[in-house]
Design a protein around this ligand. Structure first.
Ligand code: GTP
Ligand code: MG
Length: 197
């Protein structure tokens, strides 16, 4: 699928203020600094469309980007960032929880996982929670440029194996590097298929 137009629409802290839910949308959720905003820039090939930072906690609101005038990509704040105040840190943050539970036009949530790390508790519990809510999801392993192919495979396999302790099957898995532009076609093809449903 080709992206011919990518436009920033709005930035809100409250799901009730987000654009009318009349187009399918795809959201990027994961720990702070995992590379959510960077993936949006890679997909749209627009540097700086979503604001990125080497410091965790950059994205603090729900950001809608209208793609091809037909569907939304959504950038969200991260979870699990220790220096954010305790109330914000509780659960996965009220904003993210409300968004997942209330956004009726949500086609799929991409849960981003840092491919360098062994399975992290907060990622696993977020995946378990989204799964228990019956919201469609895919796992997107980020920063794959940072490790060797065999290390990458080992970490992805370990993650799947860990999930299979609780679930009968694992969600679709995508591997990306925003730095090296890896996985762009795969993610766009995945979205294209989801748009057909
Ligand atoms: P918050 O908004 O703070 O939750 O972070 P985020 O998940 O949106 O991460 P962001 O896209 O801002 O990226 C965080 C840092 O990781 C930045 O310094 C990026 O340049 C870097 N980064 C993101 N993706 C990649 C990648 O694929 N490879 C490498 N090497 N670095 C990356
Ligand atoms: Mg961000």
């Amino acid at each position: 699928m080709k992206i011919t137009a990518a436009e920033f629409i709005s930035s809100y802290a409250d799901v009730r203020k987000c654009p009318e839910p009349n187009k399918p949308e795809f959201a990027f959720i994961g720990r702070s600094n995992v590379g959510k905003s960077s993936v949006i820039n890679m997909l749209t090939q627009t540097k700086g469309l979503a604001k990125t930072s080497a410091k965790p906690g950059k994205t603090q609101t729900i950001n809608h980007f209208l793609i091809n005038e037909a569907w939304y990509l959504v950038d969200l704040p991260g979870y699990g960032y220790a220096s954010v105040s305790k109330t914000t840190r509780e659960g996965f943050g009220q904003m993210i929880e409300d968004y997942v539970l209330k956004r009726e036009n949500l086609s799929c949530i991409f849960i981003l996982i840092d491919s360098r790390l062994e399975p992290q508790k907060n990622d696993l519990s977020f995946i378990n929670w989204v799964g228990s809510q019956g919201v469609p999801m895919a796992l997107l392993f980020t920063k794959s440029d940072k490790l060797k192919p065999n290390e990458l495979q080992r970490n992805v396999s370990l993650f799947k194996k860990t999930l299979l302790e609780d679930w009968d099957e694992v969600p679709p898995v995508l591997i990306t590097s925003s730095e090296k532009k890896i996985g762009r076609d795969e993610v766009l093809t995945f979205i294209e298929e989801a748009l057909k449903v």
